[in-house]
Design a protein around this ligand. Structure first.
Ligand code: SIN
Length: 301
């Protein structure tokens, strides 16, 4: 079998992979080529793949353990808990709870103690135009910061909070309650070292409430700056979908956002599998997460 051909799509991220049939197990050489392209380009597009949910799981499982989505148990495929349905289609007469999924810059599952290592997303239906997904390169984000700010953030931890998913409060109240219970605020390092590439990156997100040991007021200007910096246009690749595209991103080194830039009366229907990541977080309570204004005032009086 010939080796897959990798063609870069963007400077910051993105490459397309030709010559791979994802319905079959990858041969050793193809696996090596794809894995190294995944680490280099951070986001890969495999055009024109027609995978069943089971085939999507099988493809994903070649790169690690596939998530069962137990932290967000409401949006799973009825027969395959590993497959999350991201769709604006009506089911049982009700609008889908995932119709606005991914509307702020984030990495998947950072509100758990094991953020996804990677995610694989397949497009089954798309609007005539739009419904794009953008990806930001978090190595570039870190490397372009000044030495002084890098030194300041190198040892920081950030509190990731599921309730900061955009539009979360408009979801089903019972589901909100349960998902908040399943996913208490969790702290992750702001500058982790990528386990495969050994490079530092800026692990920021719009789903962070504050930095550990800092108040929300203190954290906000820095958070706003870092989020704005990480998603600067020069660090971003924008994917315009075709039906049957399968894409795979390195969730440890990118942020992504799903844009609502389309006619909402048209269907957008995606299937997502994620790879279980390494333990990198710990549950945090409000006491330790934030220095309260009261104790800050007491410290200076
Ligand atoms: C996601 O945030 O994982 C979904 C992205 C998309 O639907 O484009």
């Amino acid at each position: 079998m010939t080796s897959p051909v990798i063609t870069p799509l963007g400077y910051a991220a993105g490459a397309s992979v030709a010559g791979a049939d994802l319905r079959r197990p990858l041969e050793e050489d193809a696996m090596k080529t794809i894995t190294s392209a995944w680490h280099k380009h951070l986001m890969l597009v495999f055009p024109d793949q027609r995978l069943s949910p089971k085939e999507l799981i099988d493809f994903t499982s070649q790169f690690g353990q596939v998530e069962r989505n137990d932290n967000v148990p409401y949006y799973r495929h009825p027969e395959h808990p590993e497959v999350l349905l991201i769709s604006n289609k009506t089911t049982n007469g009700k609008p889908s709870q995932t119709r606005n999924t991914g509307r702020n810059w984030h990495a998947d599952l950072t509100y758990t103690d094991r953020p996804a290592k990677g995610s694989v997303l397949m497009c089954q239906e798309k609007p005539e135009v739009g419904g794009d997904t953008m990806f930001a390169n978090l190595y570039m984000a870190y490397e372009t910061l000044s030495p002084t700010i890098r030194k300041f953030i190198d040892t920081l931890e950030a509190v990731h909070d599921i309730t900061l998913i955009k539009g979360f409060s408009r979801r089903d109240p019972e589901q909100i309650k349960e998902m908040t219970r399943l996913n208490p605020p969790i702290a992750h390092p702001v500058v982790p070292v990528h386990p495969e590439t050994g490079k530092k990156l800026l692990f920021i997100s719009e789903r962070i409430r504050n930095f550990v040991g800092m108040t929300e007021e203190e954290s906000k200007p820095l958070l706003d700056f870092l989020n704005g910096h990480a998603t600067s246009p020069e660090f971003v690749y924008r994917h315009r979908w075709s039906v049957n595209d399968v894409i795979m991103w390195d969730n440890r080194a990118t942020l992504h956002i799903a844009l609502p830039d389309f006619d909402q009366s048209q269907s957008r229907h995606m299937l997502r599998c994620s790879l279980l990541g390494e333990h990198s977080g710990y549950v945090i309570d409000n006491e330790t997460s934030e220095i309260s204004m009261k104790s800050a005032l007491a410290a200076i009086s």
